[in-house]
Design a protein around this ligand. Structure first.
Ligand SMILES: [Mg+2]
Length: 202
């Protein structure tokens, strides 16, 4: 498992440290829910489809474009302010036993949750999707400070959680359940489905 951690960080020696910390944490017979933000709680399809500028600047360039050219407040005002989104998922979790774990630009993600009226939830913003794995491990050990019997992750892009499920389960000594989420824009959820298999090829 230490070898697997090497793929995520050069500080792979943290594996031993984390295991020791986990050994000292209380195990609680509780569930903990982890939700992605974009296209899991709120669909970004409207933004992507309606503006040509977003279609031309794919992937990581979006954040540069929003921060440097368009302006965060402007984009939020247009696509998030007063917008309705399906509440099935957010209403199904316990606010005190859940986390929003999202990759992106901190300022932008924070504005989003404010305008979605869900900024009372704890949130961790990572730089990349891959960073979510270590961020989750650290959150449980250092912020949650107990080991839940099960962690359920809700994601529209669950690839990394599938790939590193065994690492997370090994370090945190818990069970990781992965739910694949598919939204139909911000109308409803097409799918919230458990992933039992260990490969992902949609
Ligand atoms: Mg997403």
């Amino acid at each position: 498992m230490k070898e697997k951690l090497k793929k995520l960080t050069e500080y792979y020696g943290l594996y031993n440290y984390w295991k020791e910390e986990v050994a000292n944490l209380e195990k609680k017979n509780e569930e903990f829910d982890v939700m992605d933000l974009d296209d899991t709680l709120f669909s970004v399809q409207e933004r992507l489809q309606s503006d040509e500028i977003f279609q031309k600047n794919r992937g990581e360039k979006w954040n540069l474009l929003i921060a440097n050219k368009l302006g965060i407040k402007k984009v939020i005002g247009k696509y998030y302010k007063g917008k309705v989104f399906p509440k099935d998922l957010i209403n199904s979790v316990n606010q005190h036993k859940s986390l929003i774990l999202t990759a992106g630009l901190r300022e932008y993600q924070e504005e989003k949750v404010k305008h979605m009226w869900i900024d009372h939830f704890n949130m961790v913003v990572t730089e990349t999707w891959e960073d979510k794995i270590i961020a989750l491990i650290r959150y449980v050990i250092f912020d949650l400070k107990y080991i839940p019997a099960r962690i359920t992750v809700y994601e529209d892009r669950p690839q990394y959680f599938i790939e590193y499920r065994d690492l997370i389960e090994d370090i945190l000594w818990t069970k990781l359940e992965i739910m694949y989420v598919e939204m139909d824009w911000n109308t409803w959820y097409k799918k919230i489905q458990i992933i039992e298999w260990d490969s992902f090829d949609f």
